[in-house]
Design a protein around this ligand. Sequence first.
Ligand code: SF4
Length: 64
Amino acid sequence: MKINVDWDRCTGMGMCESLAPDVFEVDDDGSLIVHAEEVPEGMESDVREAVAACPTEALSLEGE
Ligand code: SF4
């Protein structure tokens, strides 16, 4: 399962980081860093929650 980010939509709010901190990180400048292109094993539900919680719908999953 691959993580897609619509960079035009991401506003660096960090909801994704709070739900799946091993995968998503917002740096001091408010820029999102995605640590894994593919969802790591065992992190599927956290990542799904993060995708659903993104207020700007910037995140999506490919290969669901
Ligand atoms: S929750 Fe959405 S808008 Fe906020 S940092 Fe994550 S991807 Fe970007």
